[in-house]
Design a protein around this ligand. Structure first.
Ligand code: NDP
Length: 486
């Protein structure tokens, strides 16, 4: 492994690394070589219990600290993450295969942004004063929920660990985080850094394991909230399990997001948006605009320019800063995406670029573009989660909006046009939680991020996240004698 400061044990509980080799071994495979670079062990029930108890024991004292004190720790953690950005980015690249040219600017940096943003906000998380008749009043307290469970997907392991941990901790909750079994390493470094920054033992814990470990955490009576980033089928299971105990949830799930390009759009921007929205992180991004609707008059020019730009793809060693397109995260994910490509060909879509597995080691798959895709093809209905773009043609604005919304998903949507009123009309009409005008896939911590319809419940980032990590208590204060009927 081209990294010598990797985590030293499988789990991080109560402020320290913990090993328990009784748990099932999980091999960590470097997607560039297909070789095993590390091994962790899934949490046994004893380990899961220990993490939950540590989080439970730590919560009251953590919540009793002032927001300023908690915020200072989070901001210190942000500073440490930025100082170690290079090493953390190398680890992220080892875990996921994403090129260092991406991870250096999009992972630990994004995690640090969340720690800094919510650290800054921690002292401002307050209730309100509500005056009533006769001098009575109500005041509200915005209180933490308690122990939160975070469960992550494999595409952004550092970022997801921070996007969940930062707001949870800022609000006075503690967390047990379970990374995806495919990318177990990065969240451990987040826990280590939070501890180094001063987070008391038990405030942020990490345990490894497959879905079964996640499932066991959700239903534990010590747990108040579950925040999942994952697929829709997993979200349905996790939401149902959480509902049994009426637990709070945040569900950040999958998508099949539309990107609508009108013929007055800036062609270069529209092509850039389609590239960002389909091939960044080798297409393994939940909010990708995988259904690119292009107005009929622009389709040929769009495909020509897109194909030209794809000649600049540099596929190769993720550690080489010149590489801008890495392997897929696993052999399994590549197989799944290849099956989608085969289905697309069989359904009669026109393959205009890529579609093949390059003859080299590692889990590479070429960036792939299909044109003449129709709404009923699996290419246009199923989340692929890989480097596969589908280009569809439309004629009118009304048609584009109707077809863009004709999906059970509702994560993201974008419109490319120079017509101001049309841009805002489309943004208002999109059935999606995260919309873009003349760009796609940016996710700054200041902006709410999340999905509607089957793509999720709740929002991450921005002030909105505070709603999902706190509960409001209303306290009525009488300033007058109590009037009773008898
Ligand atoms: P999965 O849904 O397969 O897994 C997500 C996490 O849930 C993993 O840690 C997994 O563990 C765990 N898990 C699986 N089953 C259960 C269960 N029954 N109870 C509790 N936990 C469980 O997603 P992937 O990891 O394959 O990630 C890809 C998916 O995530 C895509 O659909 C993508 O769209 C979505 N995603 C959404 C984002 C968003 O913000 N909206 C961002 C990124 C991805 P394990 O894998 O170890 O078995």
């Amino acid at each position: 492994m081209p990294y010598d400061t990797q985590p030293t044990a499988s789990h991080f509980i109560a402020g320290e690394y913990v090993e328990d080799t009784a748990g099932d071994p999980i091999d960590v495979v470097y997607p560039y070589t297909g070789k095993v670079i590390a091994r962790v062990h899934a949490a046994t029930p004893a380990i899961a219990d220990r993490a939950l108890q540590a989080a439970s024991d730590a919560q009251a004292a953590w919540a009793a600290m002032t927001g300023t004190e908690r915020g200072r720790i989070l901001r210190r953690a942000a500073d440490i993450m930025r100082e170690r950005n290079h090493d953390l980015s190398v680890l992220e690249s080892c875990d996921t295969g994403k090129p260092l040219s991406e991870t250096t600017v999009a992972d630990a940096t994004s995690g640090a942004d969340a720690l800094e943003y919510f650290g800054g906000m921690a002292a401002t998380i307050t209730g309100e004063h509500i005056p009533l008749a006769g001098g009575d009043f109500v005041y509200t307290r915005r209180e933490p929920l308690g122990v939160c469970v975070g469960i992550g997907a494999w595409n952004y392991p550092t970022q997801i660990a921070c996007w969940k941990g930062a707001p949870a901790l800022a609000c006075g909750n503690t967390m047990v985080f379970k990374p995806s079994e495919t990318t177990p390493l990065c969240a451990l470094k987040v826990a280590e850094i939070l501890t180094e920054a001063g987070a008391p033992p038990g405030v942020y814990n990490v345990v490894q394991g497959m879905g079964a470990v996640g499932a066991s955490l959700i239903t534990d009576p010590r747990v108040a909230k579950v925040s999942l980033t994952g697929s829709v089928p997993t979200g349905q299971k996790v939401y149902a399990a959480a509902a049994e105990g009426l637990r709070n949830v945040t569900m950040e799930l999958g998508g099949k997001s539309p990107q609508v390009v009108f013929d007055d759009a800036d062609l270069e921007d529209a092509v850039s948006g389609a590239i960002l929205g389909n091939f960044y992180s080798t297409g393994q991004v939940c909010s990708n605009g995988t259904r690119v609707f292009v107005q009929r008059g622009l389709v040929d020019a769009f495909l020509t320019r897109l194909t030209e730009r794809l000649a600049d793809v540099v596929m190769g060693d993720p550690m080489d800063m010149a590489t801008n397109f890495g392997p897929m995260v696993s052999a399994r994910q590549r197989d799944l995406v290849e099956a989608c490509i085969a289905k697309g060909k069989a359904a009669g879509a026109r393959l205009v670029h890529g579609g093949n597995r390059p003859d080299r080691e590692g889990f590479f798959l070429e960036p792939t573009v299909f044109a003449d895709v129709t709404d009923d093809m699996a290419l246009a209905t199923d989340e692929i989660f890989g480097p596969v773009m589908s280009v569809l043609t439309f004629d009118t604005e009304e048609e584009a909006l109707r077809r863009a919304n004709a999906t059970p998903y509702g994560l993201a949507a974008s419109v490319f046009t120079k017509d101001l009123t049309r841009a805002h009309r489309m943004a208002a009409g999109f059935e999606a939680g995260t919309c873009y005008i003349n760009t796609h896939n940016l996710a700054p911590v200041e902006a709410p991020f999340g999905g509607s319809k089957m793509s999720g419940v709740g929002r991450e980032n921005s002030k909105a996240a505070i709603e999902f990590y706190t509960q409001i208590k209303g306290i009525y204060v009488a300033m007058n004698p109590v009037e009773a009927p008898f």
